[in-house]
Design a protein around this ligand. Structure first.
Ligand SMILES: Nc1nc2c(ncn2[C@@H]2O[C@H](COP(=O)(O)OP(=O)(O)O)[C@@H](O)[C@H]2O)c(=O)[nH]1
Ligand SMILES: [Mg+2]
Length: 370
């Protein structure tokens, strides 16, 4: 494909089976938080506390996944991560094999959920040993739930320490833990913020999804509503790079599709003229980089990026970050275009760069999937 036909597909993306396979790849490789805990331990309550999706508690949003687990994809439309909720852990004969396989090949982490007042954790401990042996799970956290159901603080600490020691012993090292109570008597909760930041460390994309952003202006507020969608396209672009022979063609297609969809939501016709204006407004440095990358056929993907940002990043990370950044800067551009305003080149450049940089951590994790 020559430069012009590539540019054309960036402006006017055709339906493309390569993109479908990138979509599917992304869905099959969502970063996964595997919840391991007895029935009643507080797994659904945990998902609810983190995602604020109240349907979770009544079991909505879960889909059967393996014979022993259900999955909850988040956010529901255009999901970017998955909670794997283990069933059947009341019984002693739970076999973790299928759920281990489900986590293989994805970035993943295990969340062990134990009600502080419940010392009977034999099923979990057996499963934990099996999981440890598989070496599939690299990171884990132990969540002690319902800690304030135990009124006496001394007794509470003993209970927590007891469950903790069972887990540490089974895992063979001391496991990081968070104490929470999702339902205090006054209707509030305890420890949820600490839990969220712990989980966000394990799955960086989650931090992006549950961040309480402070908006300094209405443009940022509008973008916040579209951010998940932009992240999703970024994930798809990253995924396309993980499939041999797909990335080269589909990253610009995905970016084009994203810009189309965003323009729609800003009430802007995304035609060739608007597109060229947009690229032009990003400045000569951007255009030149873009064109020179078009000239390099193999490893370097067709990705708009200002020269200095690339460094030693992998193709997946570059695709992820640059797609996010072009979505972010596109939104800025469209917000003002819709009002008949233009944004200075330097400002757009700054937004692009800081958006790119803000995704480096997330992208690193995207790269760790294999
Ligand atoms: N007080 C209190 N109750 C909790 C807590 N976590 C869960 N529960 C209650 O325990 C029951 C089981 O919780 P659920 O999240 O459905 O557990 P799951 O079976 O592991 O999904 C529900 O009645 C919850 O309201 C907690 O931290 N504190
Ligand atoms: Mg549940």
């Amino acid at each position: 494909m020559g430069i012009f036909s590539r540019l054309k597909s960036f402006i006017n993306p055709p339906k493309n089976p390569d993109i479908e396979s990138a979509f599917n790849y992304q869905m099959e490789h969502l970063p996964t938080l595997w919840l391991l805990g007895k029935t009643g331990a507080g797994k659904s309550s945990l998902i609810h506390a983190v995602t604020k999706d109240s349907e979770v508690v009544i079991g909505d949003g879960f889909r059967p996944c393996t014979r022993t687990s259900s999955s909850y994809d988040f956010p529901k439309e255009k999901p970017l991560m998955r909670f794997l909720d283990t069933r059947g852990l009341g019984e002693a004969d739970y076999d973790a094999t299928e759920d281990i396989a489900e986590c293989q090949g994805r970035s993943n982490a295990l969340i062990i959920v134990m009600k502080a007042e419940d010392p009977e954790q034999g099923g979990i401990i057996n499963a934990l040993k099996q999981i440890k042996k598989s070496r599939v799970i690299k990171a884990l956290v132990l969540v002690h739930t319902g800690v304030h159901l135990i009124a006496c603080s001394q007794e509470r600490e003993q209970c927590i320490a007891y469950n903790q020691s069972q887990v540490d012993k089974a895992w063979g090292s001391s496991v990081a833990a968070v104490n929470v109570d999702f339902e205090l008597e006054d209707g509030s909760s305890f420890g949820v913020e600490a839990l969220k930041s712990r989980l966000a460390d394990l799955v960086p994309i989650l931090a992006q999804l549950i961040k309480d952003e402070a908006y300094t202006n209405s443009e940022e507020k509008v973008f916040a509503a579209l951010k998940t969608e932009v992240l999703w396209y970024a994930g798809t672009a990253g995924a396309s790079d993980a499939i041999p022979a797909v990335g080269l063609v589909s990253v610009p297609l995905i970016q084009g599709k994203m810009l189309h969809s965003l323009a729609n939501q800003y009430g802007i016709d995304w035609d060739k003229k608007t597109m060229s204006e947009f690229i032009g407004s990003l400045g000569a440095g951007f255009g030149i980089q873009y064109a020179s990358r078009l000239g390099l056929r193999q490893l370097v993907k067709l990705i708009p990026v200002y020269g200095q940002t690339v460094g030693a990043a992998t193709a997946v990370a570059i695709s992820f970050c640059s797609t996010y950044a072009i979505g972010r800067v596109g939104c800025k551009y469209m917000y003002h275009k819709n009002k008949g305003e233009s944004v200075p080149e330097a400002e757009l450049k700054d937004i692009y760069r800081s958006a790119f940089d803000s995704m480096k951590e997330v992208a690193k994790n995207e790269t760790n999937k294999e």
